[in-house]
Design a protein around this ligand. Sequence first.
Ligand SMILES: [Zn+2]
Length: 491
Amino acid sequence: MTEWETIIGLEIHAQLSTESKIFCGCSTRFGDEPNANTCPVCLGLPGALPVLNKRAVELGARAALALGLHINNCSIFARKNYFYPDLPKGYQISQYDQPFSANGELEFMTAERDHAGHPIDWHPKRIRITRLHLEEDAGKNVHEGLPDVDRFSYIDLNRAGTPLAEIVTEPEFRSSWEAYDYVNHVRRALQWVGASEADMEKGNLRCEANVSVRRKGDPKFGTKVELKNLNSVRFMQRAIEYEITRQVAVLESGGRLVQETRLWDERAMETRVMRSKEEAHDYRYFPEPDLPPLTVSNDFIEEVRSNMPELPDARRKRFMDQYGLSFADASQLTSERSLADYYELAAESSGNPKAAANWIRSELLRELESAEITAAASPVTPQNLGVLIRLIDEEKISGKQGKEVLVDMFSTGETPDQIITKKGLVQVSDSSEIDRLIDDVMTANKGQLEQYRSGKEALFGFFVGQVLKASKGKANPKVVNDRLREKLKAQ
Ligand SMILES: [Zn+2]
């Protein structure tokens, strides 16, 4: 079998989180009445003039800086001409040969996955970013939910003129998981600095992948296929994987690939031809005559930078250095900014950063996920989680009781002390009280005691269980263990 190599390049369109559009004052609010948020500028009426929204430039700068990219002091808006019903002007204002940011490089962590989907061996990968530029979005054709949709197309221009950052990479990804990890990296970075909500399901982050394969060692690229309709990062990964298999199968059976655009069909789990190779587009780009060149000073860039929070990768590294967390722990806790903030407060208030990480990763995240909220909205404050961890560390309650208390704290919003008092949960660590329980258990289980003493040591766990049960779960398991070892061997 020939060894094949996969070549993937990615384009991401991220909607910048401004309140108004990029070249007019219309609202960017989602879900309003169709065409409610329009004006002569975004409707493309003759004579209307665009005015650049400064906030879009600030958020574009945040996006670039969050990805470690250089910002050009001067960039040029250009008209990209094409005809489509949802593009009222007949051109889109974008950037062409002088983009906002170009020739960048970005490092992210990636890993292949085993059959169960678990990452194997995280390692850093560098990827070149061809460009990040600013542009306006088009409107939307509507083919559903309106009268006579079989005869008419409807157009909603609320989205026309929404600011986008388009981020294009060089074709340097070699597997679907690299692409997956990269998109997640970009998404988190944009959310982290507030540049974009970057939610693929809401459509404010859109992604396209160019995929081709070639025999290992072949210097030439194979025929590339463009994948669209990738509505989540996971769908994108599956679509790329499917496409690699399909392309290799075609080539190995002696067939030829055609350059085309394919859509991912999640239900059928396959890619489908959307359109075959079009004429190479001639967009007839030229500088937008109604907008001056966009100049951003170094002072402006530094001001944006100084208002940014500590970036996720730096924070992950600090969590590992400062709190002794593993890469996996630190990665999960920096997967989202409010979670990282939450963790730091809990680590501080518990005085036990490692335990705080464990409690958040196992117990708290499960509650947050089932309630579908982020750490910022958690009914358990990080301070109260810290108090709970202290109570366990001081052996006032057991770890098992702690889990019950946390579930209660989550549903009631009460403090650990309130719940412990209410439920009468106090851990018994007094050894004379525990000895008494052990004596009772030994008397009630003479047969097992004899077997244990004649060498069947596996019964130790049985005795621990019996004593804990007799204490109604209140006995300190550590003291029970110590005392049992002592008393079971005594003749
Ligand atoms: Zn408008």
